[in-house]
Write a new protein. Structure first.
Length: 287
């Protein structure tokens, strides 16, 4: 009893340390092959659970990330799937880039309730299916933290035929994302006029995200195309204003309306995923 409790406490401390490290600011991002990382992690998990079946369907998939943390992500998701799958049922790990770089881990358990899906990423939460399954309730919180540091979106959904599939969707390696994100329902840390300033694609390269109406956002590089003065969004007037030379640009298109500018603003393309807005590329335009 004492030995078992000591091991449980030791495992919890280890997971708490892992959670703290996963959420640290130092992400050692580099070009990596997600499929190769998943293959190595699956081999490690097979060695730890030789009586269990771990199937791998891995397509060549490149992302930018920390190989060590990504390996931990795979191990955490596989370990969680093994815990909730019946002993004779396989766990399936899939990596593909058909719809963007994606890691998916499927179990064959009884599935999650609506409440479980809502709270699964909370620290120390153990769902209704936990029963006598060993664990601290920190695994999915660690996975979520690793995904957030990689600007990936982690979801838990019912699997076709039963069970649950945990899916991590990553941005492409060539498409950095904006350092700020906001909900579709309203801006976060917004400036006056329903706009958000952020650096993209690199630090000290200012851009501005603007809410045009209830369902539409646009984003542009903030530098005027005349002399690189910062433009100011005037949402109520439908334009972006350059106070240096009284130039202005159309809010909806970024094209010049008045003043010296002759070229449109650089356009930042956007993607909305689960209520969060990501910058995915910059388009320099001449007309």
């Amino acid at each position: 009893m004492i030995v078992r409790e000591t091991r449980r406490l030791s495992a919890t401390v280890t997971e708490l340390l892992s959670l703290a490290e996963a959420g640290s600011q130092a992400l050692r991002a580099a070009p990596v092959r997600l499929d190769a990382i998943a293959a190595e992690a699956c081999d490690e998990m097979r060695a730890l659970a030789p009586d269990r079946s771990i199937e791998a369907e891995l397509e060549p998939t490149a992302i930018a990330g920390d190989a060590g943390r990504l390996g931990e992500l795979v191990r955490v998701l596989v370990d969680n799937a093994l815990k909730y799958s019946p002993p004779g049922e396989p766990v399936t790990v899939t990596v593909s880039e058909v719809a963007g770089p994606t890691l998916a881990v499927r179990d064959r358990g009884r599935g999650l309730s609506a409440e479980d899906r809502e709270r699964a990423f909370d620290r120390f939460y153990r769902g209704s299916a936990a029963g006598q399954v060993a664990g601290s309730g920190l695994g999915l919180a660690i996975a979520q933290s690793i995904c957030e540091r990689h600007r990936a979106v982690l979801t838990l959904e019912p699997a076709m035929g039963g069970g649950t599939v945990a899916t991590a969707r990553f941005p492409p390696p060539h498409a950095p994302v904006a350092p700020q994100m906001l909900d579709e329902s309203g801006t976060r840390d917004s400036v006056a006029g329903g706009a958000l300033l952020f650096d993209y694609p690199k630090a000290h390269q200012p851009a501005v995200l603007i809410r045009v109406d209830a369902d539409r956002f646009v984003a542009y590089g903030q530098k005027c195309t005349h002399l690189s003065c910062p433009v100011i969004p005037r949402v109520d007037e439908g334009r972006l204003h350059c106070p240096c030379h009284e130039g202005s640009f159309d809010l909806a298109t970024g094209r010049p309306l008045a003043g010296p500018p002759r070229r449109p603003l650089a356009r930042v393309t956007l993607q909305v995923r689960q209520g969060r807005i990501y910058a995915t590329a910059v388009e320099e335009r001449t007309t």
